[in-house]
Design a protein around this ligand. Structure first.
Ligand code: ADP
Ligand code: MG
Length: 395
């Protein structure tokens, strides 16, 4: 089990910045990864989801440049990247650098004038683990840009929501990952000891729902399967297209318009079984988010357990985005005493989460590690988290 929550030595980062760029940094910003408690593949269907920020954060140390060049170094990946802001969309977008430079591009598309940057990135959110290292990187860079270029309109919750939209655009249009907005909103708006109820049907402000795990001696245990996971390899996009096809066939504005009471009728009107299963997942999952909020308000852990189980089964059987590692992590955690467990994030690998009694952390982590070893899977990474705060300036 990994107990380290990813404390970052900012003095060390400042030294690394000087070494990389031969100048002083102007500031340090950080943004958290997230886990989604429930509500998967619902954001792009105008539905509900319930993410919380986790203590694993991505730090960005940066200084503005006089020209329109962005130079980037990441402590997680080798080599320096240099990208000219004005040629970003022409050719090579710099691989991972696209997530950072894309934010600057999207800020300009939104009417803000920015310039070049020197950027050092240090991420404690594991990359590609379904914990949203991509949004953590985007959101930390976005805050740095707002401060360094004195951009207006990004203060308060309203401003942060506008900034989240900028980051989504960077991820969709520059990094090329068609994700839906949950990750960036969570990273920019989360508060400690709460989950965020996000409603993507129209322009709703998020609701902060109390989720004080410590007060109940509970934790969320993250089970990073380390199984292959990539949102831009097409499978995530396929699911979006399938949902769009169902929307066309049903003649609705979005799948959100199909409530649980209309589900049976909608299923009858769809042309094939695959679309029926996709729609059934989305409609029931949105309903489960509402019921999860009720369960949290009542401290009803039995209800939470059932909702997590239904959600996982729906993602596995109807939406078909789980995998052997995620199923094993969830089943093993439950058998070892987890109060509730399910896969989290887009799927196809990545992480599962379990709500556990904090005292059971080691036992459940060891059980999952053993089960993975027995099946010959890569060693998973298990670590407990509680709900933490949003992206911020560190110095
Ligand atoms: P997730 O968001 O679940 O971690 P994604 O595939 O959406 O997975 O995003 C992971 C990608 O984000 C990485 O492959 C890399 O391109 C970029 N990235 C995230 N964090 C860092 C970092 N610390 N350094 C460099 N690139 C990063
Ligand atoms: Mg991501």
């Amino acid at each position: 089990m990994t107990n380290e929550v990813g404390r970052t030595d900012t003095n060390g980062l400042v030294r690394a910045f000087r070494d990389a760029f031969g100048r002083e940094p102007e500031g340090v910003w950080s943004a958290p990864g997230r886990v989604n408690l429930i509500g998967e593949h619902t954001d792009y269907n105008h539905g509900l989801c319930l993410p919380m920020a986790i203590p694993r954060r991505t730090h960005v140390i940066a200084s503005a440049r006089e020209d329109r060049v962005v130079r980037l170094v990441s402590r997680q990946l080798p080599g320096e990247r240099t990208v000219a802001l004005d040629r970003l969309l022409d050719g090579d977008r710099g691989g991972w650098a696209a997530y950072a430079v894309g934010v600057l591009w999207a800020l300009e598309q939104a009417g803000h004038r920015v310039g070049g940057l020197d950027v050092l990135v240090d991420g404690r959110v594991p990359l590609g683990a379904g914990l949203s290292s991509s949004a953590a990187l985007e959101c930390a860079v976005a805050l740095a840009a707002v401060d360094l270029f004195a951009l207006r309109g990004f203060d308060g919750d309203e401003g942060r929501r506008a900034l989240a939209r900028v980051c989504v655009r960077a991820e969709n249009e520059v990094a090329g990952a068609p994700t839906g907005g949950m990750d960036q909103t969570a990273s920019l708006l989360a508060r400690p000891d709460t989950v965020l109820l996000l409603d993507f049907d129209g322009d709703h402000a998020p609701r902060h729902v109390p989720f004080d795990l410590d007060a109940h001696d509970l934790s969320v245990l993250v089970l990073n399967t380390r199984a292959q996971h990539s949102l831009d390899d097409g499978r995530y996009g396929n699911r979006r297209e399938e949902c769009a096809r169902a929307v066309d066939e049903l003649g609705v504005a979005s799948l959100r318009d199909v409530g649980p009471a209309q589900l049976d009728e909608a299923l009858r009107r769809l042309s094939d079984d695959l679309l029926r299963r996709r729609v059934r997942h989305v409609v029931t999952e949105v309903d489960r988010v509402t019921r999860t909020v009720e369960a949290l308000q009542l401290d009803d852990l039995a209800a939470l357990s059932g909702l997590f189980e239904e959600s996982h089964a729906s993602l596995r059987d109807d939406f078909e985005v789980s995998c052997a590692e995620l199923d094993l992590a969830v089943e093993t955690a439950r058998a070892a005493g987890a109060l509730a467990a399910r896969m989290t994030g887009g799927g196809f690998g990545g992480s599962a989460i379990a709500v556990i009694r904090t005292v059971d952390t080691d036992v459940i982590s060891a059980a999952v590690e053993q089960a993975f070893a027995d099946r010959g899977f890569r060693e998973p990474e298990c670590f407990p988290v509680t709900a933490t705060g949003a992206a911020s300036r560190e110095r």
